[in-house]
Design a protein around this ligand. Sequence first.
Ligand code: ASP
Length: 346
Amino acid sequence: MRNSLLLALGLIFLTSCTVRIHSGESSKPEPRQEWAIAIHAGAGVIGKDSPREQIEGARAGLREALELGQQMLDRGASGLDTVEAVITVLENNPRFNAGKGAVFTAEGRHELDASIMDGATLGCGGVTGVTTVKNPIRLARCVMEQTRHVLFAAEGAEAFADTQPQIERVSSDYFSTEKRAKSLEHWRKRQSALETRAQRHARASQEEAARWKSTVGCVVLDRNGNLVAGTSTGGMTGKRFGRIGDSPLIGAGTYANNDTCAVSCTGTGEEYIRHNVARDIADRMRYGNRTVHEAAGEVIYDVLQPDDGGVIVVDHRGNIAMLFNTDGMFRGAANAEGRFDIAIWE
Ligand code: ASP
């Protein structure tokens, strides 16, 4: 009896060593960053020959948002305040598909989605299909903090916004931009919203569904060791029938847990929902002992298919992974040790 107990303990020890070796972790703990932040503004086909103004404008928009996040975290702001403020800046930038600049539905409307999650408490909130809320990320935080629910949709979300005087409202055409109107026109000529998954993959990367869609997201580790994630989007051009993507869904497009990581996704929402991408990355860290890079890499390269999208992740030590299986992903990262970089392709 005693011998079999010792044998069992020995086996458990050996198994845990094998998993550690497989995950490439050393037994020495990595230094923990005092704070860290990553942001994205969408993944997809981003031609290196795209108009310079378009690329530089997007870079400048990312830089503005990242600088704000850097300053807030450095002076000790909470992860929740930082994610909300950074995403608000990205939502107000008409270049990105969130808030002003959101894409059009097939009917020529704007239906916005957002979510936020607090890794310290697992508190979370989301809104989907909102049409008059200037900053959906702010309303998502209200859902988290002012109600016992997690997700409000369409008219219900609008009615909830009516009860929150601090939430700024706009007429729906505030979100419209010429660029998105052109995308809708283009989409109408070429696409069917009833396309199947197999048809989408067959069309591959040069088609509109796989192009850069510029959803925005932010993940942070704050000075208190709290992880927070948020995502905001207009969805996909030509969406119909109240289509909901991954961005407002906790576990699919957004997830945070102080024990593992904070995740924000961007890409073809249907795939991210199907594979519960954000939660899968956190689970691979928790149950599979993976590092943040390994967990994100397995999901982006092995679970998802080429051209599905990308992800930003920060773990509880401030390690950042920003991976994508598309041509590029607009992204940026900063930390307490002076890292500050914006990137698109490489
Ligand atoms: N994931 C978003 C959605 O499917 C779109 C995107 O990230 O580009 O609504």
